[in-house]
Design a protein around this ligand. Structure first.
Ligand code: UGA
Length: 387
């Protein structure tokens, strides 16, 4: 399987020389909840690479996680399984919580499950970490900032900052914000336990992390609408049209998963600097429109599959694509000044550099499995419309 260049492989990381033992105070027993997801499957191998570190890797599905990682205990379970959180928090020094249903297509169709996964199911974890004095590194989301960046008086801001940007969600009937509201409330719960009950915590707000193994391809290893990258890759691999929601005018800032995971490892190694903090992690220099992303991805695909029919795009209305209740962030650009200061972290990979490795990964994982589908057959027969 081919992987995109990561900060590590490109020699961009300024990680300290390898230690054989970690200094006192650094966590060595780590539980990762959601270890089998896209980010978890990149994070666990990097954590396992730390000296004398034992990991409990928990998820309902661990297929994406490399097998046979040293000192990684694979636990296939729901976090709601009786006794699981109790067992995990008893053993770990640090719990990294990644579990969530993070796909906008679900926010309007399965909002109750979305809210439970991001809020209800995690409140017991917050309480257990507080009671046992365990450090909780919790993954929240850039979606908490909402539609656009506004300061506390409602004035536009260019970048979203942890300290100064207000959280501007849409009305309740716009169920798109069910996820963001649940994530925001859990942040507030964590913050309150930190301020008033002594919880050691760090909250991370990722901004559109992309890379190999992201999401699923409909009809192969999932159903429904995946995130934008997988949705476009599905269209490219099957000769379908890339659906540009509302013409693809919304903007996102993309960050490479290798660089993102490097930041998380830096957090884990800096408890003194990072406990009690909320940190944006993203890359403002990769702020592009979704239409631009579609064009760049199609170009990267063409390099690897020059014989494929030219990519075609179509504009679709958001409500037609996602159904009623959808809404969107217009633009979200992170300020990562705090992460730079606390972690010495500066992401460098440009979107154009990331895409070839990502396309190669999707082709390696899905091309064969898609070749028998009717969509792929009609693509081979002349690239007719398939969706
Ligand atoms: C996502 C999730 O809501 C969060 O879980 C997550 O924290 C956050 O992004 C992130 O990655 O940090 P969003 O960026 O809106 O939200 O989700 P995508 O599916 O990646 O969509 C990005 C944009 O592309 C949206 O404007 C969407 O309407 C559009 N889109 C999506 C298309 O134009 N075509 C598609 O086929 C799919």
């Amino acid at each position: 399987m081919s992987h995109p260049p990561t900060s590590k492989s490109r020699g961009l990381s300024s990680r300290a020389p390898r230690l054989t033992r970690l200094p006192v105070g650094r966590p060595t027993r780590i539980a990762v909840l959601g270890a089998g997801g896209f980010i978890g499957s990149h994070l666990v191998p990097q954590l396992a690479d730390r000296p004398n570190t034992d990991i409990d890797a928990v998820d309902i599905d661990l297929d994406k996680l490399a097998p046979d990682l040293p000192r990684v205990r694979r636990i296939k379970a729901r976090i709601g399984a009786p006794g699981l959180l109790d067992e995990i928090t008893a053993r770990a020094d640090l719990v990294v919580s990644l579990t969530a249903l993070c796909n906008p297509a679900l926010y309007t169709t399965h909002p109750i499950e979305v809210i439970d996964a991001s809020y209800t199911d995690l409140v017991p974890l917050v309480k257990l970490c507080t009671a046992r004095g365990k450090w909780l590194v919790h993954f929240s989301t850039c979606e908490v900032y909402g539609r656009i960046a506004l300061d506390g008086r409602g004035r536009p801001m260019h970048r979203m900052s942890e300290q100064d940007t207000a959280l501007f969600l849409g009305p309740v009937h716009r169920e798109r914000w069910s996820y963001a509201a649940a994530k925001q409330l859990l942040e507030r719960v964590i913050w309150a336990y930190g301020q008033h009950e002594g919880l050691k915590f760090t909250i991370v707000r990722p901004f559109n992390v992309i890379g190999p193994r992201m999401d699923f391809i409909p009809g192969v290893d999932g159903e429904g609408i995946p995130r934008v990258l997988a949705s476009f890759m599905h269209a490219l691999m099957t000769g379908g049209e890339l659906a540009l929601v509302d013409g693809g005018r919304r903007r996102r800032s993309f960050v490479d998963v290798g660089e993102f995971v490097d930041a998380i490892v830096r957090i884990v190694d800096r408890p003194d600097a990072c406990q009690g903090e909320i940190l944006n992690l993203g890359d403002a220099r990769n702020d592009v429109s979704i239409r631009q992303l579609a064009k760049e991805l199609a170009l990267a695909f063409r390099v690897l599959r020059p014989e494929a029919p030219p990519a075609r795009m179509k504009a679709v209305r958001a409500e037609e694509f996602y159904g009623p209740g959808y809404d969107d962030s217009e633009v979200r650009i992170p300020s990562v000044a705090k992460a730079a200061r606390l972690l010495g972290w500066r992401p460098r990979a440009r979107l154009r550099e990331m895409l070839p490795g990502i396309v190669a990964d999707y082709l390696a994982r899905y091309e064969d499995r898609l070749s028998g589908t009717s969509a792929a057959r009609s693509a081979a027969a002349g690239g007719r419309r398939v969706r």
